[in-house]
Design a protein around this ligand. Structure first.
Ligand SMILES: [Zn+2]
Length: 180
């Protein structure tokens, strides 16, 4: 992991942070390291990055409600099964892996029967509801909170732990420690 931008890399700092030609006045805050790679492939951005390592709870609130969002966010290394995800409303369905493509193809086939202009309108109106509910500002707030947290001593310490023990090792050590 790059100790400057928190992207995934073998060298520290990573190629982007090490490149003196990059525009240091621009920083692109992204959720995951894969977002950096996707943006880099476009060759359209020449600034620097800050990788959050996932978006925390604000967005989940819309999908699973604030109580479950807090539980997932407050307990380090939280995981739920596919079945629980569907049960909570985070996902629409949970299907065995072997049946995944057939299920997706069947659903896509159903959706494809609806004329494209109608689909566009329906999608826009549902997205509009999410906007009215504050989805967009919750996303911005989540990115801001996460960016600020990444510069707190506790999170910097956690990053050091992840670097030395790996993510699973760090979570195990964190969860095994005394509450402070
Ligand atoms: Zn970097």
């Amino acid at each position: 992991m790059c100790s400057r931008c928190f992207s995934i890399t073998e060298d520290d700092p990573c190629d982007v942070c090490d490149d003196q030609r990059r525009d240091g006045t621009m920083i692109c805050v992204v959720a995951e390291a894969k977002d950096v790679f996707a943006i880099e492939r476009t060759s359209a951005y020449h600034g620097r990055y800050h990788v959050l390592g996932g978006l925390i709870s604000p967005m989940w609130s819309f999908l699973v409600g604030p109580k479950r969002a807090k539980q997932m966010s407050f307990v380090a290394g939280s995981q739920v099964s596919g079945a629980t995800s569907a049960d909570w409303g985070w996902a629409n369905y949970s299907v065995p892996e072997a049946e995944l493509w057939d299920n997706v193809a069947a659903l896509a086939g159903q959706i494809a029967k609806v004329p494209l202009p109608t689909l566009r309108m329906k999608k826009a109106s549902i997205n509009r509801v999410a906007e009215i509910q504050g989805f967009r500002s919750a996303m911005s707030m989540g990115a801001e909170t996460d960016a600020l947290l990444h510069f707190s001593p506790e999170v910097i310490e956690l990053h050091e732990l992840i670097k030395s023990k790996g993510l699973k090792g760090a979570i195990a050590e964190f969860n095994g420690s005394e509450a402070s």
